[in-house]
Write a protein that binds this ligand. Structure first.
Ligand SMILES: NC(=O)c1ccc[n+]([C@@H]2O[C@H](COP(=O)([O-])OP(=O)(O)OC[C@H]3O[C@@H](n4cnc5c(N)ncnc54)[C@H](O)[C@@H]3O)[C@@H](O)[C@H]2O)c1
Length: 260
């Protein structure tokens, strides 16, 4: 039997992950820890975040990513505990049902999604950068989405706009800080098989099919497949990957006609 090679690219690195209690964030906490990183699991959900931190031998910090003081405190705690901030995976995000077509989405729903998905990334980058500049090293990975690069007739208008903002902001930061040893990339996952999505599509197979037909590989991603891309971007293997629109989407954004 061949053994899976153990990848240990992140030994001695400190990673801060927002939204670490669930989905992509949780899978990434596991993956980065398995590669040797010290992981700070940040989440607004205390029990999920703490469970993630306990599982990976990391530190839990409860944070609401829209609160500037809490975000500052998160990165300070990471630095004070482990002595560096090498990786920031700014990933927490929401996709609430009242964010829908522009025709029906109210201003409150619009603003809430902008705050949690976009303003939070601004706050996290602003808080992480001073540590990384002092170190002369750092990798920031901001979770955008494939919807930042293509349109959907099944609109979530504020979500899509927020992810477009994350993409543009990441590009700009990647360019601005490139000569200080800091890389900033936007991760653009395709649809991921999260519990919520599974439940939604189990109830409504037609809804799933409408989307699956556009995915060349014919399935949604598993959170671990997104986590492995984050591990790559976080590591020195990605030393020349910067300011990128890093699509991990099974080919959706490249497709016109998909296989039958
Ligand atoms: N699931 C997908 O199909 C998909 C596709 C593309 C992009 N994304 C993006 O990936 C990221 C993670 O998505 P997921 O599917 O893993 O979601 P998820 O709902 O499984 O996990 C999100 C986590 O973020 C936390 N969170 C929410 N609001 C917060 C706040 N204000 N402060 C701190 N933590 C907060 C939640 O408690 C939760 O643990 C999001 O930014 C999402 O938009 C998801």
């Amino acid at each position: 039997m061949t053994e899976t090679p153990v990848c240990r690219r992140l030994v001695g690195r400190t990673a801060v992950i927002t939204g670490a209690g669930s989905g992509i964030g949780l899978a990434t906490a596991r993956r980065l820890a398995s590669e040797g990183a010290q992981v700070v699991c940040a989440d607004i959900d205390e029990s999920a975040g703490k469970a993630a931190a306990d599982e990976v031998g990391g530190l839990f910090v409860r944070v609401d990513v829209v609160d500037p003081e809490q975000v500052e405190a998160l990165f300070k705690t990471a630095f004070d505990t482990y002595g560096s901030v090498d990786i920031a995976f700014n990933n927490a995000g929401i996709s609430p049902p009242d964010d829908d077509s522009i025709l029906t989405t109210g201003l409150d729903a619009w603003k809430r999604v902008q705050e949690v998905n976009l303003t939070s990334v601004y706050l996290c980058c602003k808080a992480a950068l001073p540590y990384m500049r002092r170190q002369g090293r750092g990798s920031i990975i901001n979770t955008a989405s494939f919807v930042a690069v293509m349109g959907a007739a099944t609109s979530q208008i504020s979500y899509t706009a927020s992810k477009g903002g994350v993409l543009a902001m990441s590009r700009e930061l990647g360019v601005q800080f490139a000569r200080e040893g800091i890389r900033v990339n936007a991760l653009c996952p395709g649809p991921v098989n999260t519990p919520l999505l599974k439940e939604l599509f189990a109830k409504d197979p037609e809804r799933a099919q409408r989307r699956l037909v556009h995915v060349p590989v014919g399935r949604f991603a598993e959170p671990e497949e997104i986590a492995s891309a984050v591990a790559f971007l976080a590591s020195d293997d990605a030393s020349f990957v910067n300011a990128a629109e890093f699509l991990v989407d099974g080919g959706i954004a490249g497709a016109y006609v998909t296989p039958l």
